[in-house]
Each structure stands twice: as structure tokens, then as C-alpha cells.
Design a protein around this ligand. Structure first.
Ligand SMILES: [Zn+2]
Length: 350
């Protein structure tokens, strides 16, 4: 087993302050982040990245650092730690070549989530009992990264998109396992609480304010509702899928809805109140309008991708009062007797 010179890895002096360590770690972690290097160099870069994370893990935690420094003193006075490595023969901390250092992590790349599972044997031997012993305190320091963005889809009725308002939906998010702090493992092995995955599902209810420009396939970015991370949660990218409801349906960009009036309403110009975003609008059904005809309310539909608003199409339908008095029935029979039969739609004309 080889001694790990964490100070060299972070390029700081043995007397570095917490701030200096934090700054050095942030700079290196950014520089060696696997996402910033070509895939061909991935293995080397990941090793380096892990070495940096491990060094930070120890030096940013006062208790671990103390323990590490104590061992370092021993080692410097000739008590080799394990087999000794390159530069172990009394050369001191400074002489461990960073490349060599990075290679030490070589065989241990695995581990779910790339967390503690990738740390060196040296680290495991030195700090393993700290992990086993106490819960909170033994938790490894988080890397300063935001959680990943998450994606989800919800169905929104056309009426909701048209009229606005609020809408609750249930969301399942991945949060770090509380038992192992998201590392997926304890010193004794894989974390039993999360089966080594480092994360668990949590369901929560989210209240969405339906945006003014809600439309089908729209992607909303909801801040902080993505996967949890040490430096805050990522975002949720929520795709809206519009579906027709009892009243409203999509017709291309436009929204179509039935508007039901009585037959006698069509004898004169008739005005009906129509629900629109933020209140009601009045639609005029002109005399002479026939059932099935469509009235177009310009700009009262949904927002198009170019920002303009589509139209609301009202299809005029006939209806009768829910219950009819004997007098009303008598009048309707008189009307029937004086009229030719009216048939349409699926009804045969003969
Ligand atoms: Zn766990």
C-alpha cells in the first residue's frame, strides 16, 4: 500500500489554511472534471479527479486532516506505511509525482456513483473505521456540485392551458441516501439502506403556476426541483403535454369548444359570456347563425411558438332546458307540427 501525499495532490503547503485548501480543490476539480476532457483520456482524467477528491476529502475535514498529519510525521521519521512507494525513502511529502499519485488509484475505479468506492486502499485503511464508527461525522465531505437536471412530463388539459391557474402534480426525485450520505457504501461494505446506489426515491407534491404562454410540448425549467446535490439541487425540465378535456380540444394551433344555446336564441343576435384567461369575454352570435357553425375569437387561443396567440373557435350547438314544463312541451309539439323534419349528423334524412 502506498502513502498518499494529499498536500502534493492539491498543490498546497502542509500549513495551508482551510480556505487555501478549498480554493485549490475547486480549481483542480474544475480543471480535471471528466466532462471537460475528451473521451480518449477519460480513464486517466477520472483517476486524477478521484485523487483530487480524496485529497480534499481528508484535508477539508479537520479531524481527518489531524489524523493524517499525525501519520505523516511518523512516516517521515522512517516508519514506512505498508510497503512504501516511490519517494518513500525519506524523501518527504513533496517528492511524490502527481502522475504517479494518480496511477495509484488505478485498479479501484468501480463503485456505484463514483463516490467513496473509488478511493484508495490507503484511504480505506486510514479512515475506514471513522466511517464505521459514527454516522454524521464520518460522512465524507460533499463535492461542490449541483445535482443533475431531471426531466418529467405532465398532461395538462387544454382548458387549464387556456385559462391558467395552478396545478399540483406529484414528482419523484432522487435524493442522496441518508444512511451513507450518498456514497453508496459504508466501511463495512455496500450500504444496506440504498443497496449501494447512494440515492433513494422521494415523492413530493409540486404546485405549478400555469404560465401565460402554456402550449403543447413546452418545456418549463423549474429551479431546484432536479436531483439533489451537495451544492443544491439541479432543475426539473418539465414538458407539458396538452390533452383535450370535456369542453376544450385542440384543432391544430387553435382551441375549439362547443357553445350551447337554445333554438330561440338564434332568432335574434345573441350574446354569450365565454371564459377566457383572466375573466370572461362576450361573444356575439349573429342572427342567422346555424347550429354547427363556428365563430372565431381571434387571439383567445394558446400562445404559439412564435409568441402570437391562436384563436378560440366556438362551435354553436343547440340545447334545451334540462326540464320542460307541460306548457313548454305543448309549444314544442306545435312547433314540430308546423316544421319539416330536421335531421343531421348520423340521423338519416328519410
Ligand atoms: Zn445508502
Amino acid at each position: 500500500m502506498q502513502f498518499q501525499d494529499y498536500y502534493t495532490t492539491l498543490g498546497v503547503s502542509r500549513t495551508a489554511t482551510d480556505d487555501e485548501i478549498k480554493r485549490a480543490y475547486r480549481k483542480l476539480a474544475k480543471e480535471w472534471h471528466p466532462d471537460r476532457h475528451p473521451a480518449s483520456k477519460r480513464e486517466e482524467v477520472e483517476k486524477k479527479f478521484k485523487a483530487i477528491a480524496e485529497a480534499n476529502e481528508v484535508l477539508s475535514d479537520p479531524e481527518k486532516r489531524k489524523r493524517y498529519d499525525a501519520l505523516g510525521e511518523h512516516w517521515r521519521h522512517g516508519q514506512e506505511f505498508g510497503a512504501g512507494g516511490p519517494g518513500a525513502a525519506g524523501a518527504g511529502f513533496r517528492n511524490v509525482d502527481p502522475e504517479e499519485f494518480a496511477r495509484m488509484f488505478g485498479g479501484r475505479g468501480g463503485g456505484a456513483g463514483g463516490g467513496g468506492g473509488g478511493f484508495s486502499d490507503f484511504f480505506a485503511q486510514m479512515f475506514g473505521d471513522m466511517f464505521a464508527g459514527r454516522g454524521q461525522h464520518a460522512r465524507p465531505q460533499p463535492r461542490a456540485q449541483r445535482g443533475a437536471d431531471a426531466e418529467a412530463e405532465i398532461e395538462l388539459s387544454v382548458g387549464e392551458a387556456l385559462l391558467g391557474g395552478k396545478r399540483s402534480f406529484a414528482l419523484t426525485t432522487r435524493v442522496p441516501c441518508e444512511v451513507c450520505g450518498g456514497e453508496g457504501r459504508l466501511a463495512s461494505g455496500a450500504c444496506p439502506a440504498c443497496a449501494g446506489l447512494g440515492a433513494e426515491n422521494r415523492r413530493k407534491s409540486v404546485e405549478l403556476k400555469i404560465p401565460d404562454d402554456a402550449h403543447d410540448s413546452q418545456v418549463l425549467r423549474l429551479r431546484g426541483l432536479g436531483q439533489a446535490g451537495p451544492a443544491g439541487a439541479g432543475d426539473l425540465l418539465l414538458t407539458l403535454r396538452l390533452v383535450g378535456d370535456d369542453t376544450y380540444r385542440l384543432r391544430g394551433d387553435d382551441v375549439e369548444a362547443d357553445v350551447v344555446v337554445a333554438p330561440w336564441d338564434l332568432l335574434e343576435d345573441c350574446r354569450v359570456a365565454i371564459a377566457v384567461r383572466g375573466g370572461t369575454a362576450t361573444a356575439k352570435i349573429p342572427v342567422g347563425t346555424r347550429p354547427g357553425q363556428k365563430l372565431r375569437l381571434r387571439g383567445q387561443g394558446l400562445t404559439r411558438t412564435d409568441g402570437s396567440r391562436s384563436d378560440l373557435l366556438l362551435v354553436v350547438r343547440l340545447g334545451l332546458p334540462d326540464s320542460l314544463s307541460d306548457r313548454q312541451k305543448e309549444l314544442l309539439r306545435e312547433l314540430a307540427a308546423a316544421s319539416p323534419p330536421v335531421r343531421g349528423g348520423a340521423a338519416s334524412g328519410s
